[in-house]
Design a protein around this ligand. Sequence first.
Ligand SMILES: Cc1ncc(C[n+]2csc(CCOP(=O)(O)OP(=O)(O)O)c2C)c(N)n1
Length: 282
Amino acid sequence: METKDFDSPDPAAWCPGCGNFGIQAALKTALARLGKKPQELLLVSGIGQAAKMPHYVKANFFNGLHGRALPAAAAAKIANRELTVVVTTGDGDCYGEGGNHFLHNIRRNVDMTVLVHDNQVYGLTKGQASPTTEQGVKTRIQPRGVILAPFPPLETALALGCGFVARGYAAEREHLAELILAGIAHKGFSLIDVFQPCVSFNKINTYDWYAGKVYKLGPEHDPADRAAALALAQQRERLPIGVLYSRPGPDYGALSGLDAMPPLADADISSVDIAPLLEKYR
Ligand SMILES: Cc1ncc(C[n+]2csc(CCOP(=O)(O)OP(=O)(O)O)c2C)c(N)n1
């Protein structure tokens, strides 16, 4: 497959320079390398600028409610295990409105890859603080600065036992494409938090700001070492990107016994009589 096989006819309605373009390019590169056809892929999102991604990449897609991408993705994967399921979500969508789903879908461990476009701001609604906005940052509705400490997604995922925890950067497209492929290859819930400059509403975490802080993890880091991964996730002065933690384990399909059954999507329901049920709830 080639990246053009995943081109959508719809032009992207993002600001020029938006980090979403880098994530889009990385995602298409990863999908082309994966070698599956658009109809074998499902992109799932909630609401936000990040959540528009499935409109701009050719594949099946489900665009649901704000914060509710993960349960929809889990249900689709459980019903049709043939699908490669990728969630594209924002830091507000995933860690704020969808925070409860984030926690429990890590525990549930359904096989999906979750790309969080972490621009540290609510972009679509024009710049309010999100769960990952740094303390003290002033916005139009937090004029005296954000009071709370930011939500730590990587530490949280590690504490919950997530089997694949990675961080990418929108400007490192090739690196991010390989992270996405590694996330898809991991069987279970794969988290990739992606630093994404928001050129309109985040004037702090700019491309220049990241250039001085981001560095790539090298072979000296052992991704099976959870304590080392936690120490990396806690770094604040320099910001590591790469696979912080990766360890195989049973996913929901194995834990629940569903792997031994035919997928729901293939079930023959032609002989099921639903008339008594309809009568019961009439
Ligand atoms: C339940 C609910 N609450 C609030 C909103 C309004 N809303 C839509 S998008 C959004 C923020 C999106 O921010 P984020 O998920 O970080 O994505 P971004 O736009 O920055 O990519 C909000 C608050 C909504 N649509 N539904």
